[in-house]
Design a protein around this ligand. Structure first.
Ligand code: GDD
Ligand code: MG
Length: 313
């Protein structure tokens, strides 16, 4: 199986965090998001990354891993969209391949998806998950296992609450159906594949995208709860070694490497990322504090992403 990871988006909805660190490297439980995605794959599988925004930082990180020998990098000087990124990788693809969105945290079993795809023999198989509000996703209508409609970011009534979970298997002939230039897989290619037999693999279980502040905090909480359930943590609270924390922290929360937190702060449901400094008497609630950010004494950060140097009184 060949694997293509889509890691060229701007991460607009996580700004200003993604002005400092590209989305694939955003720390989640003090590890880059992309490392969580790699955990889903067998250790020896080769992975090609389609890169644009933040390219150098992402390559540096991947090359620093012990298993970097299995990675390939495909450059997109200008973002080509999700479909264009796949077409741009065509020279590397000669059999059925897996495409992974680079911003999902889930317990979905990738190998089970691959097996389903090869047994059923469609031109493609999209993993699907049921969500309460499909409007931020690509929603489908189904007839049995067959997708009969695919609507990206439905504006009116969605065809159903089942949406693209961000992982799909495709047969190589799909590449020839992607026109050159900037192309959206979801808006242009998937709808065009429907008459050829595009199948849906329904997944039920833990799944969150990490595209917004709200979904990031949901993903963080789900992963922390998982660690509590498996006995790796007592509470959904993870504090990196060497962080200096002089205030109580209400779980769920994650405190990164080298973080300093002053006295008499109130912290809950937050991620204070590596190297950030939080002064005395601060309130941080439902918020992310970016790596290296500085919150001056008495600052308040509620339901927000704190960028580099900030004084919020
Ligand atoms: N190489 C490359 N080039 N990658 C890109 C580009 C591009 O031009 N644009 C986006 N990507 C990458 C992003 O980095 C991300 O990993 C993935 O493609 C999906 O892009 P998002 O911007 O995160 O899309 P979305 O979250 O709005 O919607 C997608 O994900 C949903 C599940 O979270 C769609 O695939 C939906 O159908 C799906 O439901
Ligand atoms: Mg996304």
């Amino acid at each position: 199986m060949q694997v293509l990871m889509l890691t060229g988006g701007f991460g607009t909805r996580l700004r200003p965090l993604t002005d400092i660190v590209p989305k694939p490297l955003v720390p989640l439980l003090n590890r880059p998001l992309i490392d969580h995605l790699l955990d889903m794959l067998p250790d020896d599988v080769e992975v090609a990354f389609t890169l644009s925004y933040g390219r150098d930082a992402i390559v540096d990180h991947l090359r620093s891993r012990d298993d970097s020998g299995r990675f390939a990098f495909i450059d997109e000087p200008e973002p080509l969209g999700t479909g264009g990124a796949v077409r741009n990788a065509r020279r590397r693809l000669d059999g059925p391949f897996l495409v992974m969105n680079g911003d999902i945290v889930t317990a979905l079993d990738i190998m089970d998806l691959a097996t389903f795809h090869s047994r059923r023999g469609g031109i493609g198989t999209i993993s699907l998950v049921e969500v309460p509000d499909p409007s931020r996703f690509g929603a489908v209508a189904m007839d049995g296992d067959r997708i009969t409609e695919f609507v990206e970011k439905p504006e009116g009534t969605p065809p159903s609450n089942w949406v693209n979970a961000g992982f799909y298997m495709l047969e190589p002939e799909v590449i020839d159906l992607i026109p050159p230039g900037k192309v959206s897989m979801e808006r242009e290619v998937f709808p065009s594949l429907l008459p050829r037999g595009l199948l849906g693999y329904r997944y039920v279980g833990r799944w969150t995208d990490v595209g917004t502040l709200e979904s990031y905090l949901k993903a963080q909480e789900a992963l922390l709860e998982g660690m509590v359930a498996s006995g790796d943590l007592d509470d959904p609270l993870l504090v990196a070694e060497g962080a200096r924390v002089d205030s109580p922290v209400d779980p769920p929360a994650v405190i990164g490497q080298g973080v300093r937190i002053g006295r008499r702060c109130r912290l809950r449901n937050c991620a204070i990322l590596e190297g950030a400094v939080v002064g005395d008497r601060c309130v941080v609630d439902s918020a992310i504090v970016s790596p290296g950010a500085v919150l001056g004494d008495g600052s308040r950060a509620t339901a927000t992403i704190v960028g580099a140097a900030t004084d919020r009184r």
